[in-house]
Design a protein around this ligand. Structure first.
Ligand SMILES: [Zn+2]
Length: 103
């Protein structure tokens, strides 16, 4: 329970940063979520409003994105400034279901 304590010392909602009120071991206006990240326990507090809206944990660590740049796949983080801007301007689309693309 040591790590649960450390999460409780940081008494803010993970999503909206609102202060979470604690009274002893009771959480007055939120919930404590415990996640297992490859054996490491992650303790997150969420206020009741954010927990109702989204029970999942999002944005808790940096995500490395790979994409195609001039012929091969590289982490976007390593692209130069101009290519990063171009990546930001890319738009996703869904190919229409059609046999006209079939070979
Ligand atoms: Zn919140």
């Amino acid at each position: 329970m040591e790590s649960a304590k450390s999460a409780k010392n940081n008494n803010f909602c993970h999503d909206c940063q609102k202060e979470i009120e604690l009274e002893g071991d009771d959480i007055k206006n939120g919930v404590l979520l415990v996640y297992d990240d490859n054996g490491e326990k992650i303790n997150i507090l969420k206020c009741n409003e954010c927990f109702t809206e989204n029970k999942a944990l999002n944005n808790f660590r940096k995500c490395e994105v790979y994409s195609r740049v001039v012929g091969y796949i590289r982490p976007v983080e390593q692209w130069h400034k101009g290519k990063k801007q171009e990546f930001g301007e890319r738009q996703e689309y869904i190919m229409p279901e059609s046999n006209s693309f079939c070979c």
